[in-house]
Design a protein around this ligand. Structure first.
Ligand SMILES: C[S@@+](CC[C@H](N)C(=O)[O-])C[C@H]1O[C@@H](n2cnc3c(N)ncnc32)[C@H](O)[C@@H]1O
Length: 292
């Protein structure tokens, strides 16, 4: 039996949008849980996000001073280029954004050319993320057709808003470290050292026991050994918060390791109810009512 979290999933418009990416599986809706968890830890020294994606948790933790610093890892080279460009070459990326005229032809041209440097690569990721359906970057994703209000391919391209977010990221960039690396390896090496004042936010790609879940379609990298991940955490005393789609496989891992979970029911873009699990070592979120 998994309790329903007393903290509801927020509508994403109710929390500050800080990421540059529209990330499939993005966790903006989870931010109220993240705030409760990190406040209970009394501002950890380091927030680690080994499967960073759109990085909303790292950005929020640092910008709201819920953690001193953050460390992000991402294996996807396109997503990694975006973070490197944003964190280390913010003004160059902003110039590239403001001088670009987005049309179907300019996007197609950009997507065909191998990027000359990391700024160009990050810029390409940003444009493709904002012009492809659902923000999906994985191979085979198609372009937005009608887009918002029939505005077509440019319907999610808001250069001023993106540059404003980029400036906010540049202000906290000295407190964020990014590595293009395997999040599992990074996690293992963090857990090998003392990690009392470290908070781990873990949101791996999940393909589900039957291999049919979203992870395969949404992300180029989706092969994570979930049983090993749970064992690594169980063998440590790390403070962690993990999220997963609800499934029997994950419920069984939670039970095996004596972890705690609450479920959060959220609406997807198509208004179906998708239960997501929020998993911690100790019962961080008070229980209200139960669901079978
Ligand atoms: C569910 S998404 C994370 C979404 C993120 N929490 C957000 O709010 O935007 C999982 C991410 O993990 C990345 N990934 C997959 N395997 C990885 C690995 N072994 N190491 C690091 N990142 C990986 C995927 O490319 C994807 O961006």
């Amino acid at each position: 039996m998994i309790e329903v979290s007393p903290i509801p999933a927020v509508n994403v418009s109710a929390v500050p949008q800080r990421s540059l990416l529209r990330y499939p599986g993005g966790k903006t809706w989870l931010i109220p849980h993240i705030r409760v968890w990190l406040r209970a830890m009394k501002r950890p020294r380091l927030l680690v996000e080994p499967f960073a994606g759109g990085g909303i948790v790292s950005l929020t933790a640092v910008m709201e001073n819920l953690a001193e610093e953050s460390l992000m890892a991402e294996l996807d080279k396109d997503v990694a280029a975006l973070w490197k460009a944003a964190l280390y070459f913010g003004p160059d990326l902003a110039n590239r954004i403001s001088s670009f005229t987005l049309t179907r032809d300019s996007v197609v041209e950009l997507s065909c050319q191998p990027p000359a440097d990391v700024v160009e690569h990050g810029f390409r990721t940003l444009v493709l993320n904002r012009t492809r359906r659902g923000g999906v970057l994985a191979h085979g994703a198609s372009f937005t057709r009608k887009g918002e209000n029939g505005a077509g391919i440019a319907s999610r391209w808001y250069p001023k808003t993106i540059i404003r977010r980029l400036r906010a990221i540049a202000e906290v960039a000295p407190r964020i470290t990014f590595h293009e690396t395997d999040g599992m390896q990074m996690l293992a090496s963090i857990l090998d050292k003392p990690h009392e004042d470290v908070a781990l936010f873990i949101d791996p790609p999940y393909t589900g026991a039957g291999g049919k879940r979203a992870g395969k379609r949404l992300y180029a990298h989706n092969d994570v050994d979930h049983a090993r991940l749970f064992s690594l955490l169980a063998e440590s005393n790390a403070h962690f918060l993990m999220t997963y789609d609800r499934s029997l496989e994950i419920e069984s891992l939670i039970e095996t390791h004596g972890f705690h979970a609450v479920q959060v029911v959220m609406k997807s873009g198509h208004h179906t109810l998708l239960p997501e699990l929020v998993i911690t070592r100790n019962p961080t979120f008070a229980k209200v009512k139960s669901l079978a």
